[in-house]
Design a protein around this ligand. Sequence first.
Ligand SMILES: Cc1cc2nc3c(=O)[nH]c(=O)nc-3n(C[C@H](O)[C@H](O)[C@H](O)COP(=O)(O)OP(=O)(O)OC[C@H]3O[C@@H](n4cnc5c(N)ncnc54)[C@H](O)[C@@H]3O)c2cc1C
Length: 476
Amino acid sequence: MISSREYLERLKAMKPNVYMGGELVSRDHPLIMPGIRVIALTYDLAQDPQYQELLTATSHLNGKRINRFTHIHQSPEDLLKKQEMTRVLTRKTGFCIQRCMGVDAMNALSVVTWEMDESLGTEYHQRFLNYLEYWQERDITGCCAQTDAKGHRKLRPHQQPDPDAYVRVVKKDAKGIVVRGAKRHITVGSYAEEIIVLPTRVMTQQEKEWAVAFAVPGDAPGLYLVNRASAPRPRRHLKAPLASFGSSDTLTIFEDVFVPWERVFMCGETEFAGDLALLFALFHRHSYTGCKPAVTDVIMGFTALAAEYHGIEKAQHIQMKLADLIGVAELVYGAGMAAAVKAKRSASGTWIPDPVFCNVGRRHAGEHIYHEHHILSEVAGGIPATLPYEDDFFSPELGELVNKYTRHRPDIPAEHQHRCFRCIGDLAVSAFGGVWQYAGVHGGGSPIMETIALLKNYDLEEKKRVAKELAGIPEE
Ligand SMILES: Cc1cc2nc3c(=O)[nH]c(=O)nc-3n(C[C@H](O)[C@H](O)[C@H](O)COP(=O)(O)OP(=O)(O)OC[C@H]3O[C@@H](n4cnc5c(N)ncnc54)[C@H](O)[C@@H]3O)c2cc1C
């Protein structure tokens, strides 16, 4: 396992290929650093005795102690720990821990490469295991690039006027493949050492060139990362953990990128593309049953604190709203726990969480995110939206008056009230907050995707049999 300092050093040594605002920028650009600080937590806390048990695991490849963000789940207990780790770490950042995409993609590959080999006689699984060993040994932070540019939404990949709308193989030879296309919205793209590319949907037999999965270093020749960074407005006086973190997402462009065969994990096996796409989504939705309850914990904490600072915490309507938030957090977490307990061991040995419980959990979270923010804004009132800038609280001329009128309760220091409402502003009424509310809907797949996955995995016929039995309708 490595330290966060080593991670940062390695990022700095990568070839520059990150673009932002029309310029080529270094990976330690001040707007990218807030996201890097989130990932740094996953390295630092893994070395902290208090968190070691949760943040580390034993590699099933060689018995070495590894960061849990590089682990392939070997039991339901592993899935429960991943879920708990995700909640614990997300609470520390206030919105997302970001390192889950890479490990979720690796878990999906561990299952599907094995299945392809069994069914087709390919050699993907051993290739994957070699790559996994490298990944674990170097304690890699990776991202998952699944969502293609997709072009016209009603057309399949092979029907698109521009065939590059989905990432595809444009050349193949004895050494490897050359890929072209783009993946959108790739969180961590600009500070990932490795980018794992997976198909985004089921592929038909005409779509061999788009049925492709592989891993490339984040600075591979021909790879361009167009970065969009999000973070709270930096603080000058009242430093706060929440304000030090942020995130980045990249439009990830593959302009004829060469990938050697040892890093290719699917190439033309159309019948497995959908399995791989859905399995990543499943592992990732299970991660969401850890992070989304933490997001609710944060919203709930600020709602309760704002109510207390207003002096209205005992009011009945406030209690009802807090109960709503508790319901969201714990039902989503409970669904993730059930998904882990009901997990099944795949033939590869990797444990797969239950799809129904994962999808009901993630769907419930996605459908409630704006409701949760509604509650926060109702209880907090208008202050987070109109709070004067931080410097005005420290102005020699008006600072005292600004503090005086921001204070609601004389028994609570003005600074605490100021801190609380500034953080609510960061979470609820800022560009950063907007990105993460939006991510609450779409990250890991929009609620409609969870609905489809749910209905596909649910036995509705069995429910009809229950109804028939109760109604005395004979089975045909
Ligand atoms: C902040 C953030 C971070 C993300 N991080 C990652 C990441 O790290 N890696 C990654 O791979 N992805 C990531 N995503 C992508 C996320 O999974 C997608 O946004 C999500 O799957 C929706 O895809 P889309 O944005 O292309 O929307 P679209 O698929 O374009 O959906 C838009 C609308 O069109 C509808 N629609 C789409 N296709 C059809 C159709 N054929 N027929 C009818 N209706 C249709 C959808 O239901 C939806 O209502 C991230 C997204 C966000 C917002």
